[in-house]
Design a protein around this ligand. Structure first.
Ligand code: G16
Length: 569
């Protein structure tokens, strides 16, 4: 045993020496893992590899490591860690992840690893084995970082890294979840599951609507010059009933990842991405981010081809909520006539402070419980998992629908009963639709590919054009700004990030400005993925929202001593 420990110690120390901490850098575990200039991340990714191996040993299950900086510029990179259920790594481990990433030298890193393993009851030295699925997006620093992650994993005796190649973040999370369920995990399995459940939903569309020609089957998708466009090119070959054209896919090789393209650019700036213009007026368009875990829709505006009508995560959520509620009603209506047992379900929606006030009003009018969490999938996902059916979406396009295991078992049972007693009835079809949604929409994390297919299937079911969807409710005018500051950690917030605690006095200034505007709402928070403070403002007119955002940005400048001008994004 002692010699095994000694072997483990020296393997870890020798490997850690190959990845020294860059001078003067401090790494923080942000909204979605570590993120920084890709050339500075070798030690962080190596250490995250070690951490992932420890997580796998601790849970006795496969975990995942995704090398990506998602919506950030191409020069950045980062790492997201997936827990055995496919969700983000448990928040309990974040402080240790940060401590390991910042250990000043190899020796202290190794000491920390051993003491953390002891605290967590993990026995090092080869008694158990760990398995980690690795993936990366298309960034140029990805391959070198992936090798660093592998070396980190292999520095824990008995650990195995399986390289899944260039994948979207949601694909990797999906693979981890499936692996731990003991079912097939290949990319082909992923494509098959999506295409088959999509086909099933399309086949369950009411007859007549399917063929009435009111819905344009054309859809143009901006792939952010990243991995998502490439994967959609593959997936679309398996899809019937959709005419998808992919632009800005990394394989086309012309544009730069996330530069003037992608969901973040489109949603924050409310502008069309590169390669979209007047020729696309009136067409249904969608945009992914760099690792395809965000989805927004848009339409080139008729009045000005540089501006767009945006359909953001809030409206995707509202469309899904409306559809799902209708299916549950159909199902339970037959029950109230005494045909079957009522399928009790606790349905809830989770949003963040960025949710447009009009969307929250709409969801509440649908009779849904709406919860608010801080920004970050890790918070929203956890909350949504408390419901039988939990919807979560951030306005920026991150989101999914979670089904509890218990509910799915009951739903399957009910569908089987109906197939026997009332096959082909509306309630039977509603049960089948709900089951198909649970297979189509990624249960591990928000997924632009599966989200897009569900949007398309729901629009088809409703017989809705993009215009019908846009008219679901009118967004309150809003504006988001970024303010560069010397130290973003100086801003501390509370109440799901809607109130500033520090610096003292900033909240009073925000309240004062907000009070000047009809239906004014404004908050500021430090980004956990970029070195900036984000400012969000909402008001009854666009001019008022812009003006509120600007004046609050000036206060942020004033309080945090920033010298260069902030800019609209
Ligand atoms: C990540 C998180 C999202 C969050 C976004 C922005 O997205 O997964 O939940 O909304 O960062 O966070 P922040 O405002 O703190 O910068 P992504 O797409 O960049 O991985």
């Amino acid at each position: 045993m002692e010699s095994m420990m000694a072997e483990q110690h020296s393997l870890l120390l020798n490997s850690a020496r190959l990845f020294p901490l860059p001078h003067g850098m401090i790494f923080s575990y942000g909204t979605a893992g570590f993120r920084a200039d890709g050339s500075k991340l070798l030690s962080t990714v190596f250490r995250a590899g070690v951490l992932a191996a420890l997580r796998s040993l601790r849970t006795g299950s496969t975990v995942g490591l995704m090398i990506t900086a998602s919506h950030n510029p191409i020069g950045d990179n980062g790492i997201k860690i997936a827990d055995p259920d496919g969700g983000m790594m448990t928040q309990d481990w974040e402080p240790s992840a940060e401590a390991l990433a910042n250990a000043p030298d190899p020796q202290s890193f190794v000491e920390l690893v051993f003491s953390f393993a002891k605290e967590e009851g993990i026995s090092l030295g080869g008694e158990r084995s760990a398995e980690i699925l690795l993936g990366r997006d298309t960034r140029p620093t990805g391959e070198a970082l992936l090798q660093a992650a592998k070396q980190g994993i292999e520095a824990i005796v008995g650990s195995v890294a399986l390289d899944m190649g260039v994948v979207t973040t949601p694909q990797l999370h999906w693979m981890v979840r499936r692996k731990n369920m003991g079912v097939r995990t290949s990319e082909n399995d992923y494509f098959m599951q999506l295409s088959e459940s999509f086909r099933c939903l399309m086949n369950l569309c009411p007859k007549g609507i399917e063929t009435n020609g009111s819905i344009d089957s054309r859809l143009i998708v901006d792939g952010a010059n990243g991995v998502g466009g490439d994967k959609l090119e593959q997936l679309k070959k398996l899809l019937l009933g959709l005419n998808i054209q992919v632009r800005n896919s990394s394989k086309h090789g012309q544009g730069i990842l996330n530069e003037g393209v992608g969901a973040d650019y489109v949603q924050k700036g409310r502008v069309s991405p590169c390669c979209f213009g007047p020729k696309d007026i009136g067409l249904r368009c969608a945009s992914f981010d760099g690792d395809a875990d965000r989805l927004v829709y848009f339409r080139i505006s008729e009045a000005n081809s540089n501006s767009i009508d945006l359909v953001d995560g809030d409206k995707i959520l509202s469309l899904f909520a409306l559809f799902m509620k209708e299916q549950l009603q159909i199902l339970n209506k037959s029950d109230s006539q005494g045909l079957n047992d009522v399928l009790i379900s606790r349905v809830g929606v989770v949003q963040t402070a960025y949710a447009n006030g009009a969307s929250t009003d709409y969801l509440k009018k649908l009779g849904l419980e709406v919860a608010v969490t801080p920004t970050g999938v890790k918070y929203l996902h956890k909350k949504a998992a408390e419901y039988d059916i939990g919807f979560y979406f951030e306005a920026n396009g991150h989101g999914t629908i979670l089904f509890s295991e218990d509910f799915l078992i009951k739903l399957q049972g009910k569908s089987n009963d109906l197939a026997f007693s009332n096959a082909g009835s509306e309630s039977h079809k509603a049960a089948l639709r709900l089951l198909a949604v649970s297979k189509l929409i990624n249960q591990a994390v928000g997924d632009a590919l599966s989200g897009l297919l569900l949007v398309e299937a729901v629009l088809q079911y409703m017989g809705w054009s993009l215009q019908n969807w846009i008219e679901l409710y009118d967004d309150l005018p809003s504006r988001q700004l970024k303010v560069k500051v010397a130290d973003r950690s100086a801003v501390i917030t509370t109440n799901a990030e809607t109130q500033v605690l520090q610096p003292y006095g900033l909240q009073e200034a925000i309240d004062f400005e907000t009070g000047k505007y009809h239906r004014g709402r404004c908050f500021v928070r430090p980004s956990g993925t970029e070195d900036i403070i984000r400012v969000y403002a909402e008001a009854s007119s666009q001019e008022a929202a812009d003006s509120l955002a600007r004046s609050v940005s000036h206060h942020v400048d004033r309080f945090l001593g920033f010298k260069t001008p902030h800019h609209l994004t």
